[in-house]
Design a protein around this ligand. Structure first.
Ligand code: 173
Length: 320
């Protein structure tokens, strides 16, 4: 009698628990940039909105940033389903999908790339290589720059040792630099110890981790367009019901539409860098053309070398 009762009660508890589970699903979310810093902020707004709109339907459990997982591991974790949803840039998972680094070379808006077939082309690669779906690019119109501790006078990086990710490798090497790849979390100590003479980074965010203290110069003009996107594991997506998918898809569209807002931050950081005493080394005329020309020429050559099959097609969708 007693055994029967225990069995019956646990059966009821179990079925109640699984019914509740069918109602609300909780996804694990990770960011490859430090929490609450510039490149994580849009993802954090995305999570807040999903959690507000998704009460009783879908929630995201924010695991955090590089303290929880090294940035260059995020692609693997997403592919394997260790995390469900990730905030990450293509340069951090080129080990799995070299073509993802091509987002930096877009000269068209995301809405245009979604219309011209470029998004669909990339979506197939995300499906095959990363087991993932790119939900939203929330950073665009945000150029990269070279930041230095020593001045240069022409578009030549010979003799300089620079911190990179795959974003900058081909460009900086073509101009004679020695390069060392590090996660953003290692930039400050690399500068402090004099291991590097500078680093590649976009126009925004150098104050987040204190790099302005160690930065003397910014080189203008900038080049490329930084990309940071929210990705979801494909199997996770497939498990969601219609209501859950709708909340994720609507919030993704909402955050991608705000990429233009993010670009407004560029001007704020330019002003802040000036106030902080960072001097601008500005190439003009033929030097500026050579600098930017070299960036795009070496950038596309790198993508095409990494992916001779897809690189040229991606260029057709992304470039002007
Ligand atoms: O420099 C980097 O770490 C990098 O590749 C990147 C990409 C997008 C946004 C910010 C940094």
């Amino acid at each position: 009698m007693r055994n029967w009762l225990v069995t019956a009660v646990s059966a009821v508890v179990l079925s109640a628990a699984s019914a509740a589970g069918a109602q609300e699903v909780t996804l694990k979310g990770i960011t490859s940039f430090a929490e609450k810093t510039f490149y994580s902020r849009a993802f954090e707004r995305f999570i807040e909105k999903v959690n507000a709109d998704g009460k009783g339907v879908i929630q995201i459990n924010y695991i955090g940033g590089p303290k929880a997982m090294p940035p260059f591991e995020v692609g693997n974790a997403l592919k394997g389903g260790v995390v469900d949803i990730a905030n990450v840039t293509g340069a951090f998972y080129t080990n799995l999908m070299p073509e993802a680094d091509a987002w930096k070379l877009t000269e068209r808006s995301m809405s245009e790339i979604r219309r011209n077939g470029g998004y669909a082309y990339m979506a197939r690669l995300y499906d095959q290589k990363l087991n993932a779906i790119l939900l939203a690019r929330h950073v665009d119109d945000n150029p990269f720059h070279v930041y230095l501790t020593k001045p240069i006078s022409k578009p030549d990086l010979t003799g300089l040792k620079l911190r990179i990710t795959p974003v900058y490798r081909d460009f900086f090497q073509a101009l004679g630099a020695t390069v060392v790849q590090t996660a953003p979390g290692e930039v400050y100590t690399s500068l402090e110890r004099g291991v590097v003479d500078g680093y590649g980074w976009p126009i925004t965010g150098i104050f987040d981790l204190g790099w302005h203290e160690k930065t003397k110069y910014r080189v203008d003009p900038g080049f490329y367009s930084a990309e940071v996107s929210i990705l979801i594991n494909k199997a996770t997506w497939a498990r969601l019901n219609g209501a859950q998918k709708k909340i994720i898809a609507d919030t993704a569209a909402w955050i991608e539409a705000q990429a233009a807002e993010t670009a407004k931050e560029n001007e704020k950081d330019i002003a802040r860098q000036k106030t902080a005493g960072i001097q601008v080394i500005e190439f003009k005329g033929a030097d500026a053309t050579a600098w930017r020309g070299k960036a795009y020429e070496t950038g596309w050559a790198g993508v095409i070398k990494q992916s001779p099959e897809h690189g040229p097609k991606i260029r057709g969708f992304f470039a002007k």
